[in-house]
Design a protein around this ligand. Structure first.
Ligand code: URA
Ligand code: URA
Length: 251
């Protein structure tokens, strides 16, 4: 078993910290030697300006990542959130679902996809025999609610991306479902429309990704006729379920 590689946060952030974040005082910066882990009592001292990188390997586990997210002020959404929304589901799941960002219910509860769109997502999963708690790990491009449910700005998405990349590394899913255009843009930097990309297998850093229509979009399109958004999504989910079974039944 390979231990996850632990990078030195200090080496990565110290030049940046002094160059571009002059408002962060010396006393606040945590200095770590190459072998140090981030001690829990130091999470809130780590400069969280978005100009400071969070290199891959920073977090030893999802708990450490979650604690840092709780105190994050890397973008303007930190000022207006009620709760940071990190994830729900099973961190050991083979399937990861990435949405756009928290809505009102998610902001109130601290859990992703628990409002109307989330309930539909649970039904979509159940329709192909996937359990919302056991079979998936669910998260978003941004972890704080954009006021009025607007689409996150590119700056907000970029500020939050290092956390998402760490979640992907630590969960290590076989397949990533990208729910909606913002998720596709946020992870793949892909500008093609979701209606073109949905249902297509894409490879990203050696992982399989499948863009699907966002459940909130399906809520606005009631039809289940062949060719309708709901019908298309069901086809996509069947393909995902089949591929997942294929991948997980291999030795
Ligand atoms: N829509 C999303 O994209 N994410 C959520 O968590 C809830 C609704
Ligand atoms: N537009 C979006 O942003 N997402 C969808 O899923 C469909 C249309």
């Amino acid at each position: 078993m390979n231990e996850p590689q632990q990078f030195s946060l200090f080496e990565e952030i110290s030049p940046l910290a002094s160059d571009v974040a002059p408002n962060i005082s010396e006393g606040e910066a945590v200095k770590l030697s190459p072998d140090d882990k981030i001690a829990p009592e130091d999470y809130d001292k780590i400069p969280s300006s978005s100009s400071i990188s969070i290199p891959p390997g920073t977090y030893e586990n999802l708990e450490a990542l979650g604690e840092h997210c709780q105190v994050c002020q890397r973008c303007d959404l930190g000022a207006t959130r009620t709760h940071v929304v990190v994830s729900r589901g099973n961190p050991q799941a083979r399937l990861m679902i990435i949405g756009e960002g928290p809505g009102q219910m998610e902001d109130e509860t601290g859990l992703p996809f628990v409002g109307k769109a989330g309930q539909l997502l649970d039904k979509i999963l159940a329709s192909v025999n996937l359990d919302r708690d056991r079979d998936v790990y669910i998260c978003n491009i941004v972890k704080c609610r954009p006021p009025g449910n607007r689409v996150p700005t590119p700056e907000e998405s970029a500020a939050c991306l290092p956390y998402l990349l760490e979640q992907i590394r630590l969960v290590d899913p076989k397949i990533i479902l990208l729910a909606g255009a913002t998720a596709v843009r946020g992870l793949l930097n892909e500008k093609q429309g979701i209606t073109k990309l949905r249902g297509k297998w894409l490879e990203w850093n050696g992982r399989l990704c499948m863009p699907i229509l966002h459940p909130a979009y399906l809520l606005r399109n009631a039809s289940r006729q062949p060719g309708s958004p709901k019908w298309l999504t069901w086809q996509d989910m069947q393909a995902v379920r089949d591929r997942l079974h294929q991948l997980t039944s291999q030795p």
